[in-house]
Design a protein around this ligand. Structure first.
Ligand SMILES: [Zn+2]
Length: 106
């Protein structure tokens, strides 16, 4: 099935408009709303909320943001754990200094 170029809706019979350009490319618009937004108003379908392209880009953006947050959290946790381990190692290496009693020699 042919999809609307602007909103991504599938073609329904006896509806919409097929625009055939001089170079032979065919573009389908499901409604005058889509046609006006695309041609007359020159809007980008990725920036119009009610289109399929908008939803796809938004979900991709959300997924990528979530992945970046997870990676950042993992890195932060790894750094914290490494810092804790180094502190433990330093504590175990340092031996407590024995108190030496000093006697005065006469
Ligand atoms: Zn449409």
């Amino acid at each position: 099935m042919v999809k609307c170029i602007f909103c991504g809706k599938e073609e329904s019979p006896h509806r919409g408009l097929h625009l055939i350009k001089n170079d032979g490319s065919i573009s389908y618009y499901c409604s005058s709303k889509c046609r006006h937004n695309s041609i007359k108003l020159g809007r980008d379908s990725r920036k119009v909320r009610w289109t399929e392209a908008y939803r796809i880009t938004r979900t991709k953006v959300k997924e990528s943001i979530q992945k970046q947050k997870k990676i950042a959290d993992d890195k932060a946790n790894a750094v914290k754990e490494a810092a804790k381990e180094t502190k433990k190692e330093v504590k175990s290496e340092v031996k407590p200094i024995k108190k030496v009693s000093v006697q005065k020699i006469k």
